[in-house]
Design a protein around this ligand. Structure first.
Ligand code: PLP
Length: 389
């Protein structure tokens, strides 16, 4: 930006993490001064803490229409994904994992690790144009009847593509396969009814719905026999050893409640911002195009917009320039933007794409004024690049 122009701080990396909601922060500050007993202790201090824990479990279960017994607290989405994949192989006799090249590394790297430790093969489902899962290919893979876990995410964190959870769950049921879904990007942003969906395992993380980091949960269908992945005490009904993160779980409970209560209103606001942003990018940035289904408002997360911007400087300089102008966004996912490798998601959808990419992820605190500022910066970078060419 020119020297006279004020630099605005704009956070557009909400798919990497969301800021703690103000009310959650206040609630957690109160909670830190509150009960400190170990929830597993049987005395009154322990019982008070247990009440907080079970209140959170009950709320989460009600919001998903499942039983509290089916909710297991974890240290976040990665642990939940690891637990599901490892336990499916170890406890349920799965000999094949079917996944997609678009999954988060919490799933892909776990599938690879499980595959190399156990006698398990990992198969990737084909993708259609724009990274949509080829459901016919998935069905053809499942038809052979091999004991299988299908793990496919509800919505992709880099390009926003939605999965048809109902369709995949029904297909898994038909062919007696287990179904795990990573709902880290959708929990608290979309309604899920587990009585309607044939899901066996689900992973969620509080810091993606304006809650604290390092805490999450998994759903494990009560019909499944699952031994602990983390061994220790008999916490979480023997499904996960270790004293629970009471403060984090209290914060997650509050965050989920507030996200669910304001879901419709916040999603409507974010969709409108996304639509506005797409319109301006299309009109004002030369050669712009959108990755995956991210510009399709019905088939992608409203929070994620992955944009290829050929008119910006290449080699990662565009992200640096955005950062210098106060704008926080990612190249692909946050996990890959810090490494020298490009995004595995973009490579799988569009291997020829070498253009500068920005994943803007919009949250409840963003405003149109901020997007206007981003457009000013992008246009200035575009103009500078045109001069250097
Ligand atoms: N799954 C997806 C889709 C994610 O976006 C992330 C975080 O970026 C994770 C899993 C990992 O979750 P956590 O950070 O809670 O371990």
């Amino acid at each position: 930006m020119s020297d006279s122009k004020k630099i605005m701080k704009v956070y557009l990396d909400n798919a990497a993490t969301t800021p703690l909601r103000e009310e959650v922060k206040e609630y957690m500050i109160e909670a830190i001064n509150g009960p400190y007993g170990n929830p597993s202790s049987t005395h009154q201090f322990g019982r008070t803490s247990k009440g907080i824990l079970e209140g959170a479990r009950k709320y989460i279960a009600e919001s998903l229409n499942c039983s509290p017994m089916e909710i297991v607290f974890t240290a976040g989405g990665t642990e939940a994904d690891n637990t599901a994949l490892n336990c499916a192989v170890r406890d349920l006799g799965v000999t094949r994992i079917i996944t997609s090249p678009l999954e988060h590394h919490a799933v892909l790297h776990t599938a690879e690790a499980v595959g190399s430790c156990f006698d398990v093969k990992v198969e990737l489902v084909n993708l259609l144009d724009k990274g949509e899962i080829d459901y016919n290919h998935l069905e053809s893979l499942l038809k052979d009847g091999e004991p299988t876990l299908v793990t496919l995410m509800h919505a992709n964190n880099e390009v926003g593509n939605f999965l048809d959870l109902k369709r995949v769950g029904d297909m898994c049921k038909t062919y007696s396969a287990y179904f795990h879904t990573d709902t880290v990007q959708t929990m608290g942003h979309h309604v899920l009814d587990l009585q309607e969906l044939n899901i066996d395992f689900l992973a969620a993380s509080a810091h993606k719905f304006y809650g604290p980091k390092g805490v999450g949960f998994m759903y494990v269908n009560s019909g499944l026999k699952q031994a602990p992945f983390i061994n220790g005490g008999s916490q979480e009904r023997g499904k996960r050893g270790g004293t629970e993160n009471l403060l984090g779980i209290a914060g997650m409970h509050k965050a989920l409640q507030l996200s669910i209560e304001s879901m419709e209103e916040e999603n409507n606001r974010i969709v409108a911002l996304k639509e506005y942003f797409i319109g301006r990018l299309k009109n004002e940035m030369e050669g712009v195009y959108f990755n995956g289904l991210s510009a399709d408002l019905d088939r992608s997360l409203c929070t994620v917009l992955s944009v290829s911007l050929p008119s910006l400087p290449s080699g990662g300089m565009h992200l640096f320039s955005l950062d210098m102008n106060g704008i926080a966004a990612s190249g692909g996912s946050a996990c890959s933007s810090g490494s020298s490798k490009g995004s595995h998601v973009i490579s799988a959808i569009d291997p020829e794409n070498t253009d500068p990419i920005v994943r803007f992820s919009i949250g409840k605190n963003n405003t149109q004024e901020e997007l206007d500022y981003v457009m000013d910066v992008l246009k200035e970078l575009q103009a500078q690049q045109a001069v250097t060419l």
